[in-house]
Design a protein around this ligand. Structure first.
Ligand SMILES: [Zn+2]
Ligand SMILES: [Zn+2]
Length: 251
């Protein structure tokens, strides 16, 4: 673990010093896709399985060959239905995607927005287009983090994806009203407590009676998404779906 963290730091430093290198493996091979990943890393990108819960989108552990897509509801969703209609993601948060996302979110490599959106594009856009009139609401960042980082990764990605669908991206419709600790390193209960009451709809007219697609960059335990949906519901949307570019803990 220590060695892999050290190797990851070396890789990150190398990518900062030599921007012509692949963000996935640090090599300077030719054949870059969008100037971000070499062909080997592109081939190592992991996508969600076909067998997923039709509600929360989580990969199922079934080994047998059935396609459950859309038609199966997992035990957790049956027991406690989530506050959204469906959740879908485009990429598994590991390998090259994790490296790209890390550089995009934490090292100010804003230009990685386009390659990341392109990687998720094929899986998310058909789903966005099922609701062509939907308002897309990015999960907001805490104000302090927004000032420090200078941009909200979820907003930039949503805007890039919606260039194709022409859906409205309602930045600022949902806001953080409470400063929260970063969710990293917290367990599910701590995450839920950390974000409890942290969001509020700032512009109810953008939400009321509308179909809403809540968009986030990374889905981990879902605590943030659940709390955002609770806040959105107070503004009486017609229905809510959730889309995230990546999801952790898959496969
Ligand atoms: Zn590579
Ligand atoms: Zn489920």
């Amino acid at each position: 673990m220590i060695l892999s963290r050290f190797a990851s730091k070396i890789l990150q430093a190398r990518k900062s010093l030599f921007p012509g290198h692949c963000y996935g493996c640090g090599s300077s091979r030719s054949g870059f896709v969008d100037g971000a990943l070499c062909n080997d890393c592109l081939g190592a990108v992991c996508y969600p399985k076909k067998n997923i819960c039709g509600v929360c989108g989580k990969s199922l552990d079934f080994d047998y060959e059935i396609e459950t897509y859309e038609s199966y509801t997992c035990g957790a969703c049956l027991e406690k239905p989530p506050p959204y209609e469906k959740l879908r993601h485009a990429l598994t948060y590991e390998g090259p995607v994790r490296e790209l996302m890390h550089s995009f979110k934490f090292q100010s490599h804003r230009r990685l927005c386009a390659p990341l959106a392109n990687l998720g594009h094929d899986r998310l856009l058909p789903w966005f287009e099922e609701w062509p009139d939907a308002t897309v609401v990015p999960v907001p960042l805490a104000t302090g983090r927004l000032f420090k980082r200078g941009y909200n990764p979820a907003y930039l990605l949503a805007k890039k994806l919606c260039e194709h669908t022409r859906q409205t991206v309602a930045e600022g419709a949902l806001r953080r009203i409470k400063n929260t600790k970063p969710q990293f390193g917290l367990n599910i209960k701590e995450r839920l407590d950390n974000v409890k009451g942290a969001f509020a709809v700032y512009n109810p007219d953008a939400i009321k009676g509308k179909r809403v697609i809540l968009f986030d960059d990374i889905h981990t335990t879902g605590a943030t998404v659940i709390e955002c949906c609770k806040a959105l519901k107070k503004a009486k949307p017609k229905s809510i779906r959730v889309a995230t570019l990546c999801r952790t803990g898959e496969n």
